[in-house]
Design a protein around this ligand. Structure first.
Ligand code: FAD
Length: 294
């Protein structure tokens, strides 16, 4: 038996139809009783109001502990501080503090906004100066694409921790060895906070490949081969995706991972199945999967 922790990430819906879909997803995922859920923040603050509304509904209507993502993009420190104060006043106690991507698009050079927070470490410090938020931050098992080295990445992660972060959530990855190596390196670098794997179940392989390319996530040859010629066969694709995600999560579980952060993309099917297979049954005591060795 082991204690398993799960968290779900959602994005703020744009339309009424997407809103409806999110709430159907939330209803299906709620019985798995996540430790927390989080809501992303659109590039350049473009979803500021929608993120805020979604956080409020998840907190007050669905009764989740909710983490609000916040970025430094296109905003002065005072503007970000105002959002922070609003969050604290409305009962939000957990932030995912991020720098964000360049407003011109991933791959362009990031230039900190004049008078703004330069990166997630500065944002974490700014948030903690306003209120004692719980702070999670991002980290990159395959290195942040803009970083010269893992050492640079770890220096920044350490600065985030010094400034209040107590959990790092990884960028999505599909090769668990990459994650295990990263955790080992991080520990050697003196990083002791939990490094929670971010799990992205595959719904659209083509879209995923494009996004992975931009984020610096390798898509293993094995996956390319598994999804070959399935573009027009959604049902088979979904079964393959479920198998791939289950294999990934079970291997992580068997290697001691006890917290999974799911990038749900506001969809429930695969995430429900993964929680169930990991031993997180609906409204039930959490147990590790029966084939767990440790
Ligand atoms: P940081 O850790 O602050 O910095 C990233 C990199 O920038 C560093 O590794 C370094 O190479 C460079 N850098 C930073 N500061 C300096 C400096 N002072 N000098 C030199 N180089 C520097 N994006 C969104 O827009 N909205 C979201 O809701 C969102 N959610 C995310 C959730 C998770 C779990 C993760 C992993 C990512 C998320 N992202 C989101 C994407 C994230 O914004 C990008 O990956 C962004 O490029 C880096 O953000 P960060 O907070 O990791 O940046």
């Amino acid at each position: 038996m082991s204690d398993l922790h799960i968290s779900f990430e959602f994005f703020p819906p744009k339309t009424d139809a997407m809103q409806e879909k999110l709430w159907q997803t939330v209803e299906r995922l709620a019985p798995y009783e996540p430790d927390f859920v989080s809501v992303t923040y659109g590039a350049g603050g473009s979803t500021r109001e929608r993120t805020h509304d979604t956080v409020a509904r998840l907190t007050h209507d669905a009764n989740f502990k909710t983490a609000a993502h916040l970025t430094c993009v296109n905003a002065t420190k005072e503007e970000v501080n105002e959002v922070l104060r609003e969050y604290w006043a409305s009962g939000v106690r957990h932030l995912v503090a991020l720098r964000g991507d360049p407003p011109e698009g991933i791959g362009e050079k990031y230039v900190p906004f004049s008078g703004g927070y330069a990166n997630a470490a500065e944002l974490a410090a700014g948030a903690r100066a306003i209120a004692p938020f719980e702070i999670s931050v991002g980290c990159y098992p395959e290195k942040h694409p803009e970083s010269a080295s893992f050492d640079d990445d770890f220096d920044l992660l350490k600065a985030k921790i010094d400034n209040g972060a107590t959990r790092a959530i990884t960028q999505f990855f599909y090769d668990n060895e990459v994650y295990y190596r990263y955790v080992e390196r991080a520990q050697k670098a003196g990083i002791t906070i939990p490094i929670v794997p971010g799990i992205m179940p595959i719904t659209n392989f083509k879209g995923l490949t494009r996004m992975a390319g931009m984020c610096g996530t390798q898509v293993p040859e094995r996956l390319i081969s598994l999804f070959k010629n399935l573009d027009d066969d959604a049902q088979t694709r979904q079964l393959v995706a479920a198998t791939v995600a289950a294999e990934q999560c079970l291997d992580l579980s068997q290697n001691g991972v006890d917290h999974f952060h799911f990038y749900t993309l506001n969809r429930a099917d695969l995430v429900c199945a993964l929680c169930h297979m990991l031993g997180v049954k609906k409204n039930d005591v959490r147990t590790a999967p029966s084939n767990t060795e440790n």
